[in-house]
Design a binder for this molecule. Structure first.
Ligand code: MG
Length: 207
């Protein structure tokens, strides 16, 4: 079994006249968060943490803010793409830990609803989803909401029946089986068919 870790960050300015959505939960508040999409900084930070954990780029790689297609988009769409990338890489989420930093609204009274919604979106037990709130003491960020997320992933183990088939086929090593499965999944994953952009960085430059 192998493990991966990803770090996500996002920030959005508060703005009157738009709804406030955090972690897929609509919250009654005089101001929402400005953004090209629905401004859900928590889902954006989780999306980046998941994509980062499998080295699949970041949210802007798949959903550039310059593309009018994503104007006012529901951020669960971004998260679903990240979940797909995690699965295609052969991993599943172990847990996520999230920190929201803002003066208002207070996060503690909302954390239960947000955790429940995130557990549903991430297909996780609620015990594996942590949401914490901090006030930005000493930081000049009155009109801004900030979010940090860490996500831990572990590799998906092959079911026993697949292992038995592999033994019958005389494939000697489990890592070899994983390699074959990863290769098949990778070949089947045609990002162009989904209208996606490949990561903007050149993987050969990663030294
Ligand atoms: Mg964002």
């Amino acid at each position: 079994m192998s493990m991966r870790i990803g770090l996500g960050f996002d920030s959005h300015a508060f703005k009157t006249g738009v709804p406030l959505v955090i972690g897929g939960v609509k919250i009654e508040h005089p101001e929402g968060l400005a953004g090209h999409s629905d401004g859900d900084l928590l889902l954006h930070a989780i999306t980046d943490a998941l994509l980062g954990a499998v080295s699949a780029g970041d949210i802007g790689t798949f959903f550039p803010p310059t593309d009018p297609k994503w104007k006012d988009a529901d951020s669960t769409l971004f998260l679903d793409t990240a979940l797909e990338e995690v699965a295609l890489a052969g991993y599943k989420i172990v847990n996520v830990d999230c920190v929201l930093i803002m003066h208002r609204p207070k996060i503690v009274p909302l954390a239960g609803d947000i955790r429940e919604r995130l557990a549903d979106l991430l297909h996780l037990d609620i015990k594996c989803v942590s949401v914490k709130g901090k006030t930005p003491e000493g930081l000049p960020q009155d009109g801004t909401a900030v979010c940090h997320v860490v996500a831990l992933l572990e590799s998906i183990e092959l079911p026993n029946e697949h292992k038995q088939l592999a033994i019958a086929a005389d494939i000697p090593d489990e890592s070899e089986i994983d390699g074959v499965v990863s290769s098949l999944v990778s070949d089947a994953h045609d990002t162009s068919a989904l209208g996606r952009k490949l990561p903007t960085f050149d993987t050969d430059d990663l030294t």
